[in-house]
Design a protein around this ligand. Structure first.
Ligand SMILES: Nc1ncnc2c1ncn2[C@@H]1O[C@H](COP(=O)(O)OC(=O)CCCC[C@@H]2CCSS2)[C@@H](O)[C@H]1O
Length: 383
């Protein structure tokens, strides 16, 4: 292993973007250090996992279980394609859930606030943990901008007041969010290195029309990848290791953590499962309403009519739904039956399709066809 020494500590060569990380493995000794039973210095880690929920659970585990008094921990991680929304956001207003479902891109709700971002293996995430007293997001971002400047002095990278990092004054390469608890804090940010820009654009658009809500909206920006401006920039973890050491000082080499290791992180599996659950991901959406017009064109008869849809949603569940169809296209009693079936259901295409199937089967011919058309049109609003 190639060893670099720096300010009295050692880091083994690690290329986060070439998947050849060769670093110290996390040991019980290191855990003792993390828990503060003897070693109180600043530490730097890299997650071995590329699972978004495991990595978010690792952040939460560290924040909850590690004594951060007077010290900093720095975690580098990446995940496979995923959309990550902020704690107080509405996924239906932020992303195209249908496109994500078809592409197999999971949605994750994190515990920090802020907007929605796209992750894949070309996006590096950096999490800065500290006690509240040492919480300083501009200083953390300096670690990132200095790392990039040192690696590629020609790059014009700057942190903005709202804690984005922009390239050439206008293209966003990094977004920030943070979480403060009573004693501990973490500030995490993304860094677009070589992410799939067209996937990012295609999933970060709302799938549901007519949403009214108080949820936090994202601030959409023009984004760019670092490799579009510095093609040979590959070794992201080493440059950040040095930069973190320079800014804060360091007491250890870069260590690899495995967040699926329950013996090192007791209870982490449970934390990851909770983050993966429907109740957290969708159920935590602030209450909202949908007010929209549905187009009910009939491909067979070329007839066209419209319906008004009004839905109220609480905890991701349909708490009330009213559909008004024009011109007696379908009997109102049948529409009311459909609304009754939908009330209390999750706002989820699969759940709703299963719930309405019995009602649809109980009708025949033209009525059945129209009821089917109406339910499919309502389902299409769910993304
Ligand atoms: N990966 C990534 N990096 C930077 N900017 C992005 C990214 N994906 C999308 N965007 C752009 O940012 C806006 C949203 O900006 P907005 O400012 O609303 O939100 C954020 O930046 C949140 C950053 C959260 C960082 C966490 C760190 C670890 S887990 S997620 C989006 O509409 C796109 O235009």
């Amino acid at each position: 292993l190639l060893m670099h020494t720096f300010k009295g500590c050692a880091v083994q060569n690690s290329k986060i973007f070439s998947c050849s990380a060769k670093t110290t493995h996390f040991t019980n000794q290191t855990l003792q250090n993390v828990e503060g039973t003897g070693w109180s210095g600043n530490l730097i880690f890299q997650s071995k996992s590329t699972d978004i929920h495991q990595n978010l659970a690792l952040e939460d585990w560290i924040e909850t279980n590690v004594d951060l008094t007077n010290r900093r921990l720095f975690l580098l991680w990446r995940s496979h394609a995923a959309v990550v929304i902020g704690r107080h956001q509405n996924p239906w207003a932020e992303c195209d859930l249908g496109a994500m479902w078809r592409a197999g891109v999971p949605l994750a709700r994190r515990r920090s606030g802020g907007g929605t971002v796209y992750h894949d293996m070309g996006n590096l995430n950096l999490t800065f943990f500290s006690c509240r007293k040492l919480y300083d997001r501009q200083r953390n971002l300096k670690v990132v901008t200095e790392a990039l400047r040192r690696a590629r002095p020609e790059l014009d990278v700057r942190a903005t007041e709202r804690l984005d990092i922009v390239l050439n004054g206008k293209y966003k390469i990094s977004g920030s969010a943070s979480r403060l608890s009573r004693k501990a804090s973490y500030h995490h940010c993304t860094l677009l290195h070589s992410a799939d820009g067209s996937a990012l654009q295609s999933v970060l658009r709302p799938s549901t029309p007519g949403i009214h809500s108080n949820a936090t909206p994202s601030v959409v920006s023009s984004v760019t990848n670092l490799t579009d401006h510095a093609p040979s920039l590959t070794d992201m973890s080493t440059v950040h290791f040095y930069s973190f050491s320079t800014e804060f000082g360091l007491s250890s080499p870069l260590s690899l953590l495995d967040p699926s290791d329950e013996s090192l992180f007791p209870g982490i599996g449970c934390m990851a499962s909770e983050l993966r659950s429907w109740d957290w991901t969708f159920g935590k959406t602030p209450k909202f309403t949908i007010e929209t017009e549905l187009s009910l064109s009939d491909d067979l008869t070329l007839e066209h009519t419209t319906a008004q849809l009004h839905i109220e949603l609480k905890n991701g569940l349909i708490s009330s739904i009213v559909i008004t169809v024009q011109d007696q296209w379908l009997q109102q009693t049948l529409i009311n039956e459909l609304c009754d079936v939908l009330t209390g259901e999750r706002f989820c295409p699969h759940r709703v399709a299963a719930a309405v199937s019995t009602l649809i089967k109980s009708e025949q011919d033209e009525t059945q066809r129209r009821l089917h058309k109406l339910s499919n049109t309502v389902i299409s609003v769910m993304g």
